[in-house]
Design a binder for this molecule. Structure first.
Ligand SMILES: NC(=O)c1ccc[n+]([C@@H]2O[C@H](COP(=O)([O-])OP(=O)(O)OC[C@H]3O[C@@H](n4cnc5c(N)ncnc54)[C@H](OP(=O)(O)O)[C@@H]3O)[C@@H](O)[C@H]2O)c1
Length: 240
């Protein structure tokens, strides 16, 4: 069973990824600040394949220790899913700089630094899979999401260059770009906005967290061995 780190694995998309990877024979280390009841229940059902490590990823200076601790406890790390993220909205002209900094710290800086330390372990093994959770907001505009969009676009640039850097060492790096999904991150969207997104989607519905989890699971499978440096959109055709 290969070890996979899933950041933000306590709820929403991350929890769906944790459970799907565990069902597909991976040992999954979920990282978040606090464990949720749903993650605790999933761990009870799969005590040998789901683990929780509490950690605040905005403590960027301690990410080295986090990566080392996981490697020492579980062994070589095969997969890293950079999923934890903030979705803070704000009109740029009035957005507090502290909110801008927090978004960039958690959505861009933390995944890059964590990857730096985890990819070393993958390089030693000559194998690894990295999946960065971006968003359709990386390529489409939405008023109030300029900073969020910038952080999500940064993960695509990161994905493509890192894929070239580590490909010869047997490591793949991909991104997935979900559209609007119902999770705590998007709880501020109202019913009218949700219906509008559904109406505008090619499939006239929203994608779900499980759709994202299945794509991540595929990217970690042997079948995806020749896929790297790419972005998979999961939005029920919202941007088609
Ligand atoms: N929902 C959508 O429509 C949507 C669409 C496109 C892309 N995405 C992306 O998908 C990813 C997950 O989104 P989601 O909707 O599942 O979000 P969510 O339901 O709000 O979950 C966020 C996860 O990140 C963790 N997290 C937040 N701050 C953290 C910190 N400082 N340290 C460690 N963990 C932290 C949370 O746990 P704690 O709070 O306990 O730390 C939680 O597990 C994000 O990168 C988001 O940008 C979401």
């Amino acid at each position: 069973m290969a070890n996979v780190i899933v950041t933000g694995g306590s709820r929403g998309i991350g929890l769906a990824i944790v459970q799907t990877l565990a069902a597909n024979d991976h040992t999954v280390v979920a990282i978040a600040r606090q464990e949720t009841k749903d993650l605790a229940a999933a761990r009870e059902r799969s005590p040998d394949s789901i683990y929780f490590v509490p950690f605040d990823l905005s403590q960027v200076g301690k990410l080295h220790e986090l990566a080392r601790g996981v490697r020492e406890r579980f062994g070589p790390i095969y997969g890293l899913i950079n999923n934890a993220g903030l979705g803070t909205e704000g009109i740029l002209a009035t957005m507090p700089e502290s909110s801008i900094e927090k978004l960039i710290e958690l959505n861009t800086l933390a995944p890059i630094i964590l990857t730096k330390y985890v990819v070393r372990s993958m390089m030693n093994e000559g194998a690894g899979r990295i999946v960065n959770i971006s968003s359709i907001m990386a390529s489409t505009g939405y008023s109030g999401l300029s900073v969020y969009g910038a952080t999500k676009a940064s993960m695509i640039g990161f994905t493509k260059s890192l894929a070239r850097e580590v490909g010869a060492l047997g490591i793949t790096v991909n991104a997935v770009a979900p559209g609007f999904l119902e999770t705590e991150l998007t709880a501020s969207m109202n019913e009218a906005q949700r219906k509008q997104i559904e109406r505008r989607s090619a499939l006239r519905r929203l994608a779900g967290v499980q759709d994202v989890a299945e794509v991540v699971s595929f990217l970690l499978s042997d079948k995806a061995g020749n896929i790297t440096g790419t972005v998979l959109t999961i939005d029920a055709g919202g941007t088609a």
